[in-house]
Design a protein around this ligand. Structure first.
Ligand SMILES: NC(=O)C1=CN([C@@H]2O[C@H](COP(=O)(O)OP(=O)(O)OC[C@H]3O[C@@H](n4cnc5c(N)ncnc54)[C@H](OP(=O)(O)O)[C@@H]3O)[C@@H](O)[C@H]2O)C=CC1
Ligand SMILES: O=C(O)C(=O)CO
Length: 327
């Protein structure tokens, strides 16, 4: 008998066919994303679950007595209650590496868009308000030759660093909890304290996972250390930043601008003051969202899922669940 899996997100038909070769599939076919209650109702028989970011906690696991594995179509797995999963011997997997270059492209797009005020000026042209391009109020700031401080020099952080160093001749500095000598060598990057990074970077870019240790990693104190000319980019998770402190820093011109792919609450509320600030470029958590990369992520997540429910070692069990899980 094939193992039963539930597919909670739309995936390409080729990926679904791969799963169906090995498993009996049920899938969510609703027009809008599955709600929490609908998901809980569909898990009675499921041995495997394919999701993107839905919360996996005790309540959900109580509804899924046969569950063996949860496969995230994302590299971030802050939606996993790791303790709850460990207690029940649930395998949790993610999709590292296949999205590095695409997310890095988007991070550079945010750097360029904020520095050169692309969305604001696009609107100005389309609104028929283009009078004189030598008008100082339209000027931006240079990207090339500036210092980029990367907080979270991991797989994606390094891909961003490569673009910034070799494409834009930027100086790279970074802060992690541990040094990463290979990135230092590749990018001629300096490992600096968080304080030094915040004080000396022209662009501060956050690329850490969201964990207990990174909640509000950047807040009032950290914005106070940044240059008044600093541009802040967040492509990690919204919760790594104290959003009220960010709003204050932007409103009080403590920093120059911000580029945000992620928010504390997603989708972001239309009332969020960040949406009213001209010096903020916003995106709808779209870092990995190209056709090819989303396909690659879905296929990798499918391979993780199929391996886990057929008793094989999945390629990408998340670090914290690697030990102690019985395959
Ligand atoms: N906007 C989007 O669409 C996307 C967002 N993401 C987010 O980006 C995150 C990073 O992905 P990826 O690069 O693959 O992950 P990696 O694990 O490769 O890199 C994370 C880096 O963060 C560092 N880090 C972790 N905790 C801290 C801390 N407290 N202070 C400073 N540095 C820290 C780690 O180094 P060390 O352990 O030495 O501290 C590591 O170098 C994902 O978890 C996800 O949340 C990912 C893809 C798309
Ligand atoms: O992979 C992730 O963690 C994302 O945020 C979206 O691709």
């Amino acid at each position: 008998m094939k193992p039963k899996v539930f597919i909670a997100r739309p995936i390409p038909s080729e990926v679904e066919a791969y799963i169906a070769d090995h498993c009996t599939c049920e899938k969510w076919t609703g027009a809008s994303p599955i709600t929490r209650n609908e998901l809980l109702e569909r898990l009675k028989d499921a041995e495997g679950l394919l999701i993107t970011g839905e919360k996996i906690d005790d309540e959900l696991l109580d509804h899924a007595p046969n569950l063996k594995a949860v496969s995230n179509i994302s590299v971030g797995y802050n939606n996993f209650d790791l303790d709850a999963m460990k207690r029940r011997n649930i395998i949790g997997t993610n999709t590292p590496d296949v999205l590095n270059e695409t997310v890095a492209d988007l991070a550079l797009a945010l750097i360029l868009s904020t520095a050169r005020r692309i969305p604001e000026l696009d609107k100005l042209v389309k609104d028929g308000k283009w009078e004189d391009q030598d008008d100082e109020p339209l000027f931006g700031v240079d990207v090339h030759g500036k210092t980029l401080g990367i907080i979270g020099m991991g797989r994606i952080g390094e891909a961003i660093g490569r673009r910034a160093k070799f494409g834009f001749n930027m100086t790279i500095q970074y802060h992690n909890r541990h040094r990463k000598p290979e990135s230092e060598k590749l990018l001629d990057a300096d490992y600096v304290s968080m304080e030094e990074l915040l004080q000396t970077s022209d662009f501060v870019l956050l690329m850490v996972p969201f964990t207990e240790g990174t909640k509000h990693l950047i807040g009032k104190e950290q914005f106070a250390l940044m240059k008044n000319s600093a541009i802040f980019i967040n492509t990690s998770r919204g919760q790594t930043v104290d959003e009220n402190a960010l709003i204050q820093a932007l409103q009080n011109q403590k920093i120059l601008a911000a580029g945000l792919d992620v928010f504390d609450q997603e989708p972001v509320s239309p009332d969020n003051p960040l949406l009213k600030l001209p010096n903020v470029v916003t995106l709808p958590h779209i870092g990995s969202a190209t056709y090819q990369t989303r396909f690659d992520m879905a296929m990798l997540a499918a391979k993780n899922l199929v391996a886990a429910v057929t008793g094989k070692q999945p390629p990408n069990i998340v670090q914290e669940l690697k030990s102690g899980i019985k395959i």
